[in-house]
Design a protein around this ligand. Sequence first.
Ligand code: FES
Length: 449
Amino acid sequence: MRRVAGRSITTVDGLEPAVAERWADALCDSGGSQCGFCTPGIVVRLAALREKTADPTQHGPVDRALQAHLCRCTGWQTIVEAWDHLDAPVAERDLEAASRRATIEGRSPQVVGPQVALGRGGFADDHAPSDALVAVPDGAGGWVVAETIVEARRAAGKVQGRRTTATSEPPLALPDGDWVATLRTSWVEPAYLETDASWCRPGGEPAPLTANGGAFGGKHLDELPRAARELADRHGRPVRVLWSREDSVRFGPKRPPVAGGVRADGSGVIHIARTAGVADVLAKVAPNLTVVEVDVDGPPTSADLRAAGWAEAAMLATAARGRTEVVTTDDGAWAEAEVDDGRIRVRVSAGEVLDTVVLRSYAIGAAHMAFGFVTSESVTVDPSGTVHDLTIRSFGVPRSVDTPPIEVEVVEAGGPPVNGSDAVFVAVASALWLHQGCPADLPSARLAL
Ligand code: FES
């Protein structure tokens, strides 16, 4: 509040319509907005920067401006490309086909269009009725319901924005063995930007959590809509059910930590935090690894998070081979990656392309996420299992300025369109880890390539 005292504040809806439209078109054209939750703030900041920039070919000020933001989806590069091509003519595209491609990559309904960049992705809490009650977790497994979010939080005794200086440690011990490479990973937060929210009218259908994007498999799809329906019926009023960022971090699933070793012939052992479905994934993608599920105190984990278990097993296999390989999926997608000359190069094929901008954007986002997974992302969890990193700044998502250039070649293939970005994540994580000399503990804290 001290920083804004005496100043005027412009939000995206306060921009000149022509300015907002120009940025929305540029971001849609470059693929610089996926779920769109982060984009309105970025539009406002870049529009303001542009007004006072004499030489828009310089990226330094753009990188600095983006440090005030966090985009989980795009990997930044396509946002900077929108800056570069702000005045380019809008390309002719089939936005319905683009939305289909985005829905396949996000594994959840997703709309592509300039309106998304202006915050009109249809997020649940944006279209809740204005007279809705508000429900927040009460800290004991139930909900506190009140007229306003302030009252609900006060009644629940919530303290917003706690952060820790404690370090994050991989929680699992390595299995004994004569390994050529070992890998230990930490708890990793999916870090989707739109916090979990739903609402419902009495007797109605609850608003889905994933209005525009799948949150990388991280959202509790049933719990909040169910609570919204029950509370609306009980109170006879519409009810918004909201998780704060801290709630999403405390209760939302993390990537299951692993500790594994591999022999030169590719056989080995992988210990992994007990997670429904993950043993089946590993049995399929890594039949040479003996899988041991381990009970470990900590937040919930999920096998639905992007390539959970699959990527870690592929990384160990890559270390045993000493070289990368094409990553394939059951439904016919493939991806390969190399790290060379300070940049990440990706080739991806995912059936009918539908829309190159969107597939490329998702490939860059997945490569950025893999870059963060290998180098910088983790969440501090103490030995009793309590999560200490509760703000999105503390998860270690790489900033624009830390992200290497990512080159993507989209390879057209016949057949139905299928998800390609998960294979990109696996290919890039494997290539990066190998490039860094297979450091035993992740994140490696080595952002420079
Ligand atoms: S588009 Fe930036 S967080 Fe989704």
